[in-house]
Design a protein around this ligand. Structure first.
Ligand code: NDP
Length: 293
């Protein structure tokens, strides 16, 4: 069993990003700039946004955070998105999900200029991804591809079973793993809560991507010996054993699955750190006008 070490890989890639950001500053006279919008004060969202902002500083990006109360109207939020779209000094814009119930996340996602959509959620970027055209890949699937690349894991011809079909993780991951690309070239099965015989499906997998949102959902009896196991889940539980007051668990029963796997990502220290790298790479690509010119 080998650990796919998100800390090691993400730190290495962030050094490369920092070099490229310094070169951009030298040439363009400004830093790559990521703007985040955060509505409300959900604990998970606060942590993710703070970490994104902190990592921007680390690699020499400018970062700005706009906070709104949960009472913000949809129109007010859309106005802010349009204002940031029009600002030539901003390269990337992310709106942290989830949003309060009275705001339609689809409307907000579609309002973001696809050229600044560094989360890769806009239908234009999604459509371009499906067609294998240059685009911003959704940050989490992108981070997973970078992790597979970093460990030279050959996925061609392998059977990949993705568990979970969300727009931000499972669905795009299934498309990326099926593309004629490396990593990719897998035969893919996309499973979800209506899948029959989930255990039988997962047992067929050479590569498992677990993106469900349920602690320890993938158990050792569901895993073929030698499988590559990618655990996307971040499940927070209150704990008096940690400084932060909570503990993170993945969707995979790490303790019992790890000995059966060939490679496995830990939680924390795996996919979460790579997601940030995906976001930073997209922001740099936007600043350098690599995708849309
Ligand atoms: P969603 O809740 O949007 O999607 C969960 C998916 O899991 C759905 O497709 C759902 O099926 C499926 N599912 C739920 N229960 C079952 C079941 N019993 N059997 C099979 N499938 C099931 O979650 P996300 O994709 O947004 O996130 C998944 C996890 O990944 C969460 O823990 C989240 O916190 C984490 N995450 C981590 C990131 C990182 O950077 N590491 C980034 C983003 C998310 P159905 O569609 O039928 O309802």
């Amino acid at each position: 069993m080998n650990i796919l070490d998100g800390k090691h890989v993400s730190e290495k890639i962030k050094l490369e990003i920092a070099d490229q950001a310094a070169a951009f500053l030298h040439d363009a006279g400004r830093k790559p700039h990521l703007v985040a919008i955060l509505v409300g004060n959900d604990g998970g969202s606060e942590t993710y946004v703070a970490s994104k902002m902190k990592n921007c500083e680390k690699v020499g990006f400018q970062s700005s955070l706009y906070r709104f109360d949960t009472t913000v109207s949809e129109n007010e939020l859309l106005d802010k998105v349009r204002e940031i779209n029009a600002d030539p000094g901003v390269d990337g814009l992310i709106v942290q999900l989830p949003l309060p119930k009275h705001i339609d996340p689809e409307k907000v996602t579609e309002a973001i200029d696809p050229k600044k959509d560094v989360d890769g959620f806009h239908p234009i970027n999604l459509g371009r991804m499906v067609r294998n055209l240059p685009c911003y890949l959704p940050a989490t699937p992108y981070g997973i591809l970078l992790m597979l690349q970093a460990y030279n894991i050959d996925t061609a011809g392998k059977h990949c079973v993705v568990v979970g079909r969300s727009n931000i993780v499972g669905m795009p991951m299934s498309i990326l793993m099926a593309r004629n690309a490396n990593p990719g070239n897998c035969t893919v099965t996309l499973t979800h809560s209506k899948t029959r015989d989930l255990k039988e499906q997962v047992l067929q997998a050479d590569v498992i991507v677990a993106a469900i949102g349920k602690k320890n959902f993938i158990t050792a009896d569901m895993v073929k010996p030698g499988a590559v196991v990618i655990d996307v889940g971040i499940n927070r539980e209150v704990s008096d054993q940690t400084k932060s007051g909570y503990k993170l668990y993945g969707d995979v029963d790490f303790e019992n699955v790890a000995p059966k796997s060939s490679y496995i990502t830990p939680v924390p220290g795996g996919v979460g750190l790579m997601t940030i790298v995906g976001l930073l790479k997209n922001t740099l690509a936007s600043a350098r006008k690599e995708i849309y010119g």
